[in-house]
Write a protein of this length. Sequence first.
Length: 153
Amino acid sequence: MKSLVPWKKRNRKVTNFDQNFEGLLDRFFREPLFPMPGLFSEDSWYPTVDVGEGKKDIIVKAEIPGVDREGLDISMDGRLLTIRGEKKHEREESDEHYHRVESAFGYFKRTIELPADVDASKVDARYKNGVLKIKMKKAQGTEMKKITIKTGK
């Protein structure tokens, strides 16, 4: 009777394939295309960013641990928000030998296209505990409008 249900035997292999494929996709979208710093750009790392949109505001949160507030630069050009800065490599002289170093350091630059136009004069940026939070008021006239779809001729 088991031979009549061949997928039962392969079920574990299909599940493993699904998990491996999902992991591959996660790594593809999470990690940079060219992970070697300096090969194609000056950037050696970049902060992770969350972009949220409300009725009147757009909020951008960037995780930038280990960077001083004075070392951050934020600029806007239309709908493009650019965050740049530098995380300095702190090297201590000691007899310790590291077996693994995963800390990122160096210059970074992230440019994000905002989902709506914002009023550049109404931007509030705060940096606390390694998280940069930028709250921007939407520009007048950028409300979402529902469009009715008509059928027929």
